[in-house]
Design a protein around this ligand. Structure first.
Ligand code: KIV
Length: 288
């Protein structure tokens, strides 16, 4: 039986298990004022309803990242991820969350051609998922699009630095900012997206001094991943920090080792089935 009870004081479409209100885009944006941020923002990726339910009470934001391509579908990169995938997983995460702001990643090929292209895809994402915001990769080149969407009711989270959809241009998942040209690009990209109206910016895979300078240079909160403690918040792929994968990037801290615990539990199950120790009378139906 579900432990959730219906709270009639909250939105009928999203009854909450506990009295709580979903965080809004302005609430996240306002966590940084006059260049100063308070308590760091907590963001994790979520792709499925059950994970969303578990992560939601602890987070400020849940990101339905296009990293689901690798994590859920076993793809080599985020390039093949489709709008259909993002909409299906995004809707599940919105259904499973009550507190966090949910943000959906725009997949490669769904927004880059023009602001009109982007608004068509983003509108579909927002209608089909119920999420309040989208994220898109890219800096100066995407500034016009960020501004176009923001002014038409679609809040945008930017993403600069190591942008995985540009893996073929960057020549791999390389830390950015080791040379003057990439350091300047990260800063120019962050400034452009901030000025265009992004409510927050993910900074991925950059050296600490660049992350610090970018965070100080923009008015909206920055969310770091492999970008040091200098950002206004942090994001990780939930499955990485839980220890579901053996190999993770250097910037990940494994807060658990759930792969080992799943392995042990499944070994117990297999042994119980093979020895006929499972199922027992409690798991067996008998005629009344
Ligand atoms: O797709 C994703 O998970 C992301 C985060 C890692 C920032 O973009």
């Amino acid at each position: 039986m579900s432990k959730y009870t219906l709270d009639t004081k909250t939105d009928r479409a999203h009854p909450t298990p506990r009295p709580m209100k979903r965080l809004t885009v302005p609430a996240i944006r306002d966590r940084k004022t006059d260049g100063k941020s308070g308590e760091p923002l907590v963001m994790l990726t979520a792709y499925t309803i059950r994970m969303a339910q578990i992560l939601d009470p602890h987070c400020d934001m849940l990101l339905v990242g296009d990293s689901l391509g690798q994590v859920i579908y076993g793809l080599d990169s985020t390039i093949p991820v489709t709008l259909d995938m993002m909409c299906a997983h995004g809707a599940a995460v919105v259904r499973g969350s009550y507190h966090s702001l949910v943000i959906i990643d725009m997949p490669f090929g769904s927004y880059e051609a023009s602001p009109e292209h982007a608004i068509r895809s983003a509108t579909r994402v927002m209608k089909e998922t119920g999420a309040a915001a989208i994220k898109m990769e890219g800096g100066e080149a995407m500034a016009e699009t960020v501004n176009f969407l923001t002014n038409r009711g679609i809040p945008v989270m930017g993403h600069v630095g190591l942008t995985p959809q540009a893996v073929n241009v960057l020549g791999g998942h390389k830390v950015q900012g080791r040379d003057e040209a990439t350091a300047e690009k990260v800063l120019a990209d962050a400034r452009a997206i901030d000025e265009a109206g992004a409510f927050s910016i993910v900074i991925e895979g950059v050296l600490e001094p660049i992350a610090r300078e970018a965070t100080r240079a923009v008015s909206c909160p920055t969310i770091g991943i492999g970008a040091s403690v200098e950002c206004d918040g942090q994001v990780l792929v939930a499955e990485d920090m839980l220890g579901l994968f053996d190999r993770v990037p250097r910037f990940v801290r494994k807060f658990d080792h759930i792969a080992e615990r799943i392995d042990a539990a499944v070994a117990d199950y297999a042994q119980a089935v093979r020895s006929r120790a499972f199922p027992e009378p409690e798991q067996t139906y008998q005629p009344k």
